[in-house]
Design a protein around this ligand. Structure first.
Ligand SMILES: Nc1ncnc2c1ncn2[C@@H]1O[C@H](COP(=O)(O)OP(=O)(O)OP(=O)(O)O)[C@@H](O)[C@H]1O
Ligand SMILES: [Mg+2]
Length: 1107
């Protein structure tokens, strides 16, 4: 039940009490127990009215998630469990909506979680305020200023691994919409003594370790540093490494943050160079050197480090060296230079290192402010966050603690002032009678410290400025004189001191009763620290540096601006800045976060009662509650009050129609709450005692349970009823659906049965009809058949009658014809015998001829002239006709064949015909030549270059060009000769050379002789007495004899118009010069194969053997 409830008040599910104002009874024990109970349940936040007490959980709790931010966003302060987000939201909303500048004051001792709290506030505000690229950049810059300042201003101490060693106040500026515009950071009193010396177990500022661990080799080399921590005197060795801290990674974060904040690269570089210079300063060591005049003088042991520093910072080495050895005091135009002894030199070195570092830190803050300052001039609303060191009470408390505690004293004062003022204002606003509240006002302590004449700080300044020897003891003496009577000042030195016998108070100390407890201060070092002296020689040396940042850090070193006035002391500076801060805070609406440290082991889950008790005391928290509760412990606006408790009264439950205040009055009357326990303000009800509130809460709880039961009851009833109704409705739906389904089924069944019955009936009817139709059809068919038969019978009977009639008529006609014939024959018998035989013969002959020709037509042979086929003669009497037909057909097809010839073919056939006429059946060689085409030019004289001469000599057309054998008459042997026949001549030429041997005009050729046998020999006879006949006739042999002879014959005929005589005989005479020789052809043996051979038999006979 409780889980389901939505939170509307911090009173819901409260562990202990969420607001200490409600604590009953109120005393230290109950206070601590309440805190402890809540702490054990992970409730680290508790309210005192609007003040948030935060206990450091020392572990990350899941209460800062974005979901939590959403949960607390725009909710009223007391609506949810106490949380730092509730305070941040309240502050932000009243800044945005009511235009009230805010300040958030975070106090607590070292390690209590102030810095974390300030970051949580900032991140919450960043999460809920406006968004957009520009706004986001501003937010990012504001948030990223933290890592930079933490690196340079935080250090590991025994109390806190990340202890802020400076006070920080940051104004975040917003526009009218509540979007961040920028910010301004102020820093207070950096603990610079840490630069040169750290207590046991503590470290120097983080940045030194971060550089050495995180910088690249290259960068370290540029800074002339080495990675080894032990090389540097200023770095406390025993705790160089901190558990859970990654210095190298943090270095990267810092550089990144510097970039985001807007540091230029050269600026970052300069900053690190200054840090390196500070580190290296620590390594400069001095040794004593006695001088003649007896004065001690110091000398730098190893100048190497000095040289590197000078290189790094651009200072002349001799200038710096001198500044470490001499001190110049200037007074009224006089300059006095004194040497420094070793101790003074070390003092000077450390002073320089401290100053360099603290000025660098202040410069960083200024530089960050430059980046994050609001860009516009519009009116701004401001939220200030103060993260300042809390009250410090150590074993040895020195000047720093004194200053810090003074600051806290002031803060307490303004807290009391503001709280009371607000309380009072509220009473007036609400019209409630003001009751005086008893509380301790610490103004008197503030006065003890800051009074301009008699205050401790004024005294210290006076002592510092006083001429003559000034020591811490003289200062204490002075204090004793002036403050001895102050009720918050304790010292043993004063004669009339009340503490003369208080051994717990050493002589060199004084004690102040702060509002938070007594603190004993060691007076040693007060004067020195207040003076914060840096020898002028050193600041001048620094000003001379060529390093622009260092130069800027020491403006007083500029000789042109020498100011003989002493610079303000640390104490007065601090007092002034605290005064400004207080003034600033007073104009704003304060919100308090009081941080408490649960143990000093930095461990989670441990709650050290004594430690917490101590903090509660000095933070004045009980005081706080008392002030808050002085009049009324609890107040609440009427509306939420009525809303919360209206169920306790019948008239107001469940609705109250009238004004809320009247409702609350009715409610309180009904509940019979005693009148002195509450008061009605204008808008709020004020409850004097927490008991009353808890009574109300108890009643409410009880009533809520009853109501819950009631609601449960009604709900169950409603649920069952709705379920029943739903089921009923469903049942009806199901039933109707089922009925419908059943009816459908039934209908389907009836329908299908009806269809079956119907189909049977239809079938039966159809069959009946079919039967009837078939019967009818058969009857028709039968009638038709009977009719057909009847008609058939009738027809046949008629046919028979008609046939009978026809036969009778035919018989009559035949008989009539015979009779007529008989009559004609009897009459013409005598004429028939004379003509009939001849006519029958002619007719038969005609018929046979007709048949013969028709058959011939189908049996005709092919059109080839050489086809010898011819159909067989059918009748003997057609023999001559048959032959004649064959002849005519042959001639006709020959003609047909000839008609196809071209002129050239015709010429060839003419030649062939000529050859046939000349040689057919005369020369045995002829038949072999019929198939051979006549080519004439067997030798291609014009193409063969060998015969070019021959070709040139014969300019006529060559008819025959052939190689022949010329027979030698002396021995019958043959010699190759080219035989050429042209249009007019016969030529014989040498076969090899082509030289013409003889040339005979055709007119001189008288005859050509050859045998009748199968040989190629022939003789060309020449005309007697002609020019060519000198050597006699030629006896030649050729493979183409028939062709040559034919061509010779035809050429001669066309040229001379005379027929050449061709003699075919097996014996002829040939004229060789004067002799006539007989050439005789005999049928010889086949001794030499198929070649005819020629032999000379005697002078007058040449015998040619032809195989
Ligand atoms: N709300 C928190 N949740 C978890 N851890 C916390 C919380 N607050 C503080 N711490 C832890 O406590 C440590 C100390 O906190 P923080 O640095 O805020 O202390 P401080 O009050 O600022 O101390 P100093 O005065 O020395 O600066 C943090 O480093 C962190 O580990
Ligand atoms: Mg801090």
């Amino acid at each position: 039940m409780a889980k389901m409830e939505v939170k509307t008040s911090l009173l819901d599910d409260m562990i202990g009490v969420g607001d200490m104002v409600l604590l009953e009874p109120l005393n230290e024990d109950s206070f601590i127990n309440n805190l402890k109970k809540r702490f054990d349940h992970n409730e680290v936040y508790t309210y005192i009215g609007s003040v948030v007490i935060s206990i450091n959980p020392y572990r990350s709790l899941p209460i800062y998630t974005p979901e939590k931010v959403e949960e607390y966003r725009n909710r009223n302060f007391y609506e949810l469990s106490p949380h730092i987000f509730a305070l941040s939201d309240e502050a932000y909303r009243s800044l945005r909506d009511q235009d009230k500048d805010q300040c958030i004051l975070i106090t607590g001792e070292s390690g209590a979680g102030k810095t974390e709290a300030s970051k949580l506030v900032m991140s919450y505000v960043a999460a809920v305020c406006g968004k957009g690229a520009e706004v986001n950049q501003v937010k990012e810059q504001l948030l990223q200023s933290n890592p930079v300042l933490e690196a340079f201003g935080n250090a590991k101490t025994v109390r806190n691994d990340n202890s802020s060693r400076f006070g920080k106040y940051m104004d975040i500026e917003f526009d009218f919409k509540g979007d961040p515009l920028g910010g301004v950071i102020s820093n207070y009193l950096l603990e610079k003594s840490r630069v040169v010396k750290q207590p046991r177990g503590e470290r120097n500022f983080h940045i030194f370790y971060q550089i050495l661990s995180g910088a690249s080799e290259d960068f370290l080399c540029k800074l002339k540093l080495e990675r080894d921590f032990s090389r540097y005197n200023y770095l406390g060795l025993d705790s160089a490494k901190v558990n859970g801290v990654d210095d190298a990674a943090n270095f990267r974060t810092v550089r990144n943050a510097m970039q985001i904040v807007g540091f230029m690269d050269h600026e970052t570089q300069s900053v690190f160079e200054v840090v390196a210079a500070v580190l290296k300063l620590g390594n400069i060591e001095f040794k004593p050197e006695s001088r003649v005049n007896g004065l001690d003088e110091s000398k730098i042991k190893d100048k190497n480090e000095l040289k590197e520093i000078c290189e790094l910072t651009g200072i002349d080495q001799s200038v710096l060296e001198r500044a470490f050895s001499f001190r110049t005091v200037e007074a009224k135009q006089e300059k006095v230079s004194t040497t420094l002894n070793v101790a003074q030199a070390y003092y000077a070195r450390d002073a320089l290192a401290k100053n360099l570092y603290s000025r660098l830190f202040s410069w960083l803050v200024t530089r960050i402010n430059e980046s994050i300052k609001a860009q516009t001039k519009v009116r701004k609303k401001v939220m200030g966050v103060l993260d300042i060191y809390g009250f410090e009470i150590f074993e040895d408390n020195s000047f720093e603690q004194f200053i810090i505690n003074y600051c806290n004293e002031k803060l307490q004062q303004i807290f009391i002032e503001l709280t009371l003022k607000e309380e009072q204002e509220e009473y007036i606003r609400e019209g409630i009678e003001w009751t005086h509240i008893e509380y301790f006002n610490n103004a008197i302590i503030c006065d003890l410290i800051e009074n301009n004449q008699t205050g401790i700080l004024a005294m210290l300044d006076e002592e510092c400025l006083r001429p003559g020897t000034v020591t811490d003891d003289t200062f204490l003496e002075k204090l004793n004189q002036v403050c001895a009577t102050h009720q918050h000042f304790e010292s043993r030195m004063s004669k009339c001191s009340r503490f003369l016998n208080d051994t717990s108070l050493p002589h060199s100390c004084f004690r102040i009763q702060h509002y938070a407890g007594k603190v004993m201060y060691q007076v040693e070092g007060f004067v020195d620290k207040n003076n914060d002296l840096l020898y002028r020689d050193l600041s001048q040396a620094m000003w001379k540096a060529s390093h622009s940042l260092i130069k800027a850090l020491f403006p007083e070193g500029n000789p042109a601006k020498i100011n003989l006035k002493r610079p303000p002391t640390a104490g007065s500076q601090f007092k002034a800045s605290v005064a400004t801060l207080m003034k600033n805070l007073q104009t704003k609406n304060p919100n308090y976060i009081r941080c408490i440290k649960p143990n000093d082991k930095k461990a989670a889950h441990i709650f050290n009662d004594a430690l917490v008790c101590h903090q509660i005391r000095y933070l004045g928290l009980l005081e706080n509650v008392r002030v808050r509760r002085a009049g009324y412990a609890f107040r609440q606006a009427y509306e939420p009050c009525l809303e919360r408790y209206k169920m306790l009264c019948k008239q107001t439950w469940p609705h109250w129609r009238g004004p809320a205040r009247a409702g609350v009055e009715v409610l309180f009357n009904e509940l019979e709450i005693p009148e002195e326990e509450f008061s009605f303000g204008r808008s709020k009800i004020f409850i004097r005692n927490p008991r009353t509130l808890f009574k109300l809460e108890d009643l409410r709880k009880q009533r809520l349970e009853d109501l819950a039961t009631l609601i449960e009851k009604i709900y169950r009833g409603w649920k069952c009823r709705t379920r029943f109704l739903l089921m009923k409705k469903s049942q009806i739906v199901i039933a109707s659906w089922y009925r419908r389904y059943a009816q459908q089924k039934k209908y389907q069944k009836i329908k299908s049965s009806a269809i079956i019955v119907q189909s049977y009936i239809r079938g039966w009817k159809a069959r009946k009809l079919l039967r009837e139709l078939k019967h009818q059809k058969r009857c028709n068919e039968a009638a038709t058949i009977i009719a057909a038969y009847w008609h058939g019978t009738q027809a046949r009977r008629e046919l028979k009658r008609l046939k009978e009639e026809a036969r009778r008529k035919h018989a009559v006609a035949v008989i009539w014809a015979y009779w007529l014939g008989l009559k004609v024959r009897r009459e013409y018998r005598k004429f028939f015998r004379a003509n009939a035989g001849r006519k029958i013969y002619e007719f038969t002959l005609q018929r046979l001829m007709q048949k013969y020709f028709l058959e011939m037509k189908n049996k005709m042979p092919s059109l080839s002239p050489i086809d010898k086929n011819w159909p067989v003669r059918p009748y003997l009497f057609l023999d001559s006709t048959h032959k004649e037909l064959k002849r005519i057909f042959h001639l006709w097809r020959c003609k047909k064949y000839r008609d196809q010839f071209t002129d050239q073919q015709k010429l060839i056939y003419e030649e062939k015909l000529e050859a046939s006429e000349l040689f057919k059946d005369k020369k045995a060689l002829y038949p072999a030549s019929v198939g051979q085409p006549f080519q004439g030019a067997y030798l291609e004289i014009s193409k063969n270059p060998k015969y070019k001469k021959l070709k040139d000599a014969v300019d006529e057309k060559i008819i025959i060009a052939e190689v022949v054998n010329k027979i030698n008459r002396a021995n019958g042997k043959a010699t190759s000769r080219i035989f050429l026949l042209t249009k007019n001549n016969v030529l014989l030429a040498d076969q090899k050379s082509g030289n013409i041997k003889s040339e005979v005009p055709l007119g001189d050729v008288t005859k050509v002789s050859m045998s009748s046998q199968n040989d190629g020999f022939f003789a060309v006879h020449l005309k007697e007495g002609s020019g060519a006949a000198g050597k006699g006739d030629f006896l030649l042999s050729s493979d183409h004899l028939i062709e040559m002879a034919t061509k010779l014959y035809r050429t001669t005929l066309s040229q001379t118009k005379q027929k050449l005589n061709i003699e075919i005989s097996d014996e002829f005479l040939v004229q060789f010069r004067q002799d006539k020789v007989c050439v005789k052809f005999i049928q010889g043996s086949q001794k030499n194969g198929n070649i005819p051979t020629c032999k000379r038999k005697n002078n007058r006979l040449l015998e040619v053997a032809v195989p």
